[in-house]
Write a protein of this length. Structure first.
Length: 256
């Protein structure tokens, strides 16, 4: 009798173990890729699923978006400027079956594809483009990486260039270039201001020339402005016509 009870106990114990190994609970963001005797039979989940002990094997796949940091890559731009560029890539699994069957490790594979694509795309761009047109380069990187990972059931949603590091000598050269550009713009603005001012002065001279009384009014206004100052020396403007009249002496033009 004791032997029978022992056998029954052993059977119940192993039955509980087999039952525990045949039950899986998958969360809402998880899927289970099930293989039966090595053959893919499909995906299951979420919720409670049952597996045939020993015969069925299941691989969990997370469907949430993965944040992949692309380590700094040494890049030589199109204009032969060395730069160190790192980026971040966001992707998620949209087909769990392909993510498990078509590639050994989709996370490592996606990381390697992202690194090689980053070097290839940025190597074809000039430094100015790399610094000023990041959004376009991000879109191009996302499109190329997504095309290469699509057979693996991976959807790349976003690729963002984070930092671009260039040599100190190049940074100083760019700073000098920016300073020269600012000086050039300042000179152009000053020249345009002088040109506009000269145009206004020319128009004012034409108006005063056509109205002689305006010159006298301007003369009186200048006297008023001078008298309101605290200068110790006062200079009175005298019309040229008056000086010419005073210059004509009674004996001028006579011959001895």
């Amino acid at each position: 009798m004791a032997v029978v009870l022992t056998i029954i106990g052993v059977v119940v114990f192993f039955g509980i173990i087999l039952l525990a190994t045949s039950i899986r609970v998958l969360r809402e963001y998880e899927r289970g890729v099930v293989f039966r005797l090595g053959r893919l039979i499909g995906q299951k989940g979420p919720g409670l699923i049952f597996l045939i002990p020993i015969i069925d094997k299941m691989v969990r796949v997370d469907l949430r978006t993965v944040t992949l940091n692309i380590p700094p890559q040494e890049v030589i731009t199109r204009d032969n400027v060395p730069a160190s560029v790192n980026a971040v890539c966001y992707f998620r699994v949209v087909n769990p079956n392909d993510a498990i069957v078509q590639v050994e490790n989709f996370l490592v594979a996606t990381s390697q594809i992202a690194q090689t694509t980053l070097r290839a795309v940025l190597g074809r761009a000039e430094l100015d483009t790399l610094l000023s047109e990041r959004e376009r380069l991000n879109e191009e990187l996302q499109r190329i990486i997504d095309e290469q990972t699509e057979p693996w059931g991976i959807k790349v949603t976003t690729v963002e260039i984070k930092d671009v590091e260039i040599p100190q000598t190049m940074q100083r050269a760019m700073a000098r270039q920016a300073e020269a550009e600012r000086e050039r713009r300042a000179k152009i603005i000053g020249a345009e201001a002088e040109y506009q001012s000269s145009e206004k002065l020319s128009q004012a001279a034409q108006i005063i020339a056509s109205h002689p009384i305006a010159l006298q009014l301007r003369y009186l206004q200048t006297l008023q402005e001078i008298s309101s100052t605290t200068n110790s020396t006062t200079i009175l403007p005298v019309p040229i016509d008056l000086l010419q009249a005073l210059g004509r002496l009674p004996g001028e033009g006579r011959t001895s």
